[in-house]
Design a protein around this ligand. Sequence first.
Ligand code: ATP
Ligand code: MG
Length: 567
Amino acid sequence: MSENTSDNKKSVVKTRNFIHEIVEKDLLEGKNGGRVHTRFPPEPNGYLHIGHAKAICLDFGTAQKFGGKCNLRFDDTNPSKEDQEYVDSIMEDVRWLGFDWEDRLYYASDFFDKLHEFAVKLIKEGKAYVDDQPADIISQQRGTPTKPGVESPYRKRPVDENLALFERMKNGDFPNGHCVLRAKIDMASPNMHLRDPLMYRIMHAEHHRTGNKWCIYPMYDFAHGQCDYFEGITHSLCTLEFEIHRPLYSWFVDNLADSDYRPRQIEFSRLNLTYTMMSKRKLLQLVEEGLVSGWDDPRMPTISGMRRRGFTPASIRNFVEKVGITKTEGMVDVAMLEHALREDLNKNAQRVMGVINPLKVIITNFPEDKVDMVDAVNNPEDESAGTRKVPFTREIYIERDDFMEDPPKKFFRLSPGTEVRMRYAYFITCNNVVKDDEGNVIELHCTYDPASRGGNSPDGRKVKSTLHWVSATENVEAEVRLYDRLFMVEDPANQKDSDFRQLLNPESLLVLNKCFIEPSVKNAKPLDQFQFERLGYFNVDKDNSDEKMVFNRTVSLRDNWAKQMGK
Ligand code: ATP
Ligand code: MG
């Protein structure tokens, strides 16, 4: 049985990108004593998605390429949205993608004491102050990009008063929102992020790691850059929206550093995929409102959903590699992702026969109790995969679509009077069509040519079509789940004025019962992958049980991307 079929060994990144060029130059100039140290810094407030996979491959891949290190760091500064479940799932997903942070697992919360100390230092130096104004007033006073902000009346508070108030904030003397700690930078700066940004807010909330130790929490922007610094990160790779935060991160680190060492932030464009929503907030809504079955619903763009659906780590890594790293925002065709998946599965997936929309065929001249074990090839792309035996019997199922009573000219599959090949088995000819009272075809009566065993023509006569089939008596009955895109529009994230729920494809999941698969799949386990001949790639779902086998269709066989690319 094929296990997880892809080669999940560490892949050394082959291609170069502009970030690799920057790193190379830094190394040539002898920066950081020749060290390359990156990190992947998720907030544990949701499951990872295919966009994160791009960041993971870049962060870990860059370290690998230059013989450096990559940390996993959870930026866990907002206890109200974070959860251990997310931490666990993120670690599982990064490992599954084939990357290893070894002993370098960090949390921003590891640095809460240090960050607090640093805040006190800034207050002492007159570079931070406690502001008692409510959040909406502070926000109004920030101005607009073209209009300078208004200074807070508390901006000139004496150092001692600030120190005492910050201490009281920390000790829990004030309710949520009573006051905040702000950096004193420049209310007229053209960069809004430098207009006295918040450093700490009061939040009486239990933290998944520090418990009730703190009731003030650092803002993401007051933690992220300093954590990179504390960890000795040399290259902080992040998405473009952080470019405008960079001067603030530098301001903090400049006030903290006692040497020349600085993490160098380099921004790249996020991955956007057609027909795919990547906002964590909206993915959470889909889960919470029951619009999907969970974070790992096979229709979700989450790593866990894609894993359950049958994506392989190698296919995701290859896809990310092909997309490349640039600074231009764009939209990648989801067909390109599916192409990378098919490429991997084609090489590795075990072939079997399964019928998902069955029509019974009775071979009237075939002995009643005979079970004829015919030889079938496991993977034409991989000779070493060998062959297996598949039972052929008097009663078999074929796909309903493969028969037409009154076929048009170009229909070469089964119809009254025509002869076709049952793959690996025999030539059969349809003689009789049995219908129910309403005229629906319920059964076909055919005869077979015993001399065509193995599906070989006994006398050079040709048949125009080869069909897959499953014995009606020797098989495994299964539920098969077919998927289509979760969203009906190409760019669901950018549909102004429409509720994204309205864009969901009502036919994204089709459940078929009474599907029949050849018996060789009987002991397959969740995640085992197959190609059902002519139907697509399938895997065993986690809902699979001894009572009922459950398969997902990972992807159909038709490759639109390869077609477009003229492959
Ligand atoms: P949030 O809205 O919660 O901040 P996020 O998608 O930014 O969501 P993070 O956990 O902060 O999630 O992301 C971790 C890292 O992954 C960040 O460095 C971020 O830049 C990167 N990342 C997130 N989304 C994408 C994407 N679509 N393409 C590439 N990188 C991404
Ligand atoms: Mg983020």
